[in-house]
Design a protein around this ligand. Sequence first.
Ligand code: VTB
Ligand code: MG
Ligand code: MG
Length: 322
Amino acid sequence: MDRNLPVNLGRVTEAAALASAKFLGQGDKNEADGAAVDAMRRMFDTLDIDGVVVIGEGEMDEAPMLYIGENIGTAKEDGLKVDIAVDPLDGTQAVANGLANAISVVAVAPRGCLLHAPDTYMKKIAVGPKAKGSIDIHKSVDENIKNVAKALNKDVSDITVVVLDRPRHEDLIKQIRKSGARIKMIHDGDVLGAISTCFDYTNVDILMGDGGAPEGVISAVALKCLGGEQQCTLKPVTEEQHRRCLEMGADLEKVYHIEDLAKGEEMSFAGTGVSYGELLDGVKYMENNTASTHTLILRLETQTIRFIESIHQLDKKPEYAK
Ligand code: VTB
Ligand code: MG
Ligand code: MG
């Protein structure tokens, strides 16, 4: 894939972040999400790719923009054919309530390489590169924590597990506490949670728990670029979710490794902070009608990790991206 594509993906997530960050704490998650979706789509349409959305904001009838199957980009027949996975705003609730760690994310790979995951829950375990090879989703919480501690040369009491704060995780939380490890609870955003395991300064060692399957595909791309590991199983809860899994011929027993979610040797990821966070700063509004963004850009081919801090002159931006 074009080596400039990842940086252009950063432009896409920057635009979505700038468009949605102004709704921080305003109590309206749909408004924040809508602004992110719109800005993302318009910026995508400036890119010279022949893209298809495989992970998006719902089916065509339900979502007016960035629906699954939508064509993206200006390239036609002979252009670069890619799969696109988006979450224009992972953490709509976080933005609405003025909370941390909302991000805008996209992942891109050659056509056919990203799993068309059903919109259901997924049980996940993820670690960074130093603990790669030490997890097994079929083993107990306690065993996994002990094995990760061993791989990281840490005491179990120095291990931190990041978990989505949800009632469904009550038992998981009990098991983590019993093992002696620490817990970092997050309101939203298990994509960022998974990525955090790859950066020492976040002090997060393992992600555990059930989050969205679409988010699982996006974090698989990021973790692949960062050399981490993720294992997942589909976990439909409602009848509707079971139906979606069956329709897609999904196997509920299967352990999905990174390679099953994101195939091949070429892919890119970009994520921009919307609200404040440990790994990425949120959008900051500054003097003279400027705003700053903080973006993580990953490219598997070279495994380059870029953090880009941009200062935007808002009066020079198109209306949808400010
Ligand atoms: C997670 C989280 C998202 O959905 O995937 C979660 O990363 C799972 O669903 O930020 P529930 O919210 O129903 O628990 C989000 O919270 C929203 O997309
Ligand atoms: Mg979203
Ligand atoms: Mg989401």
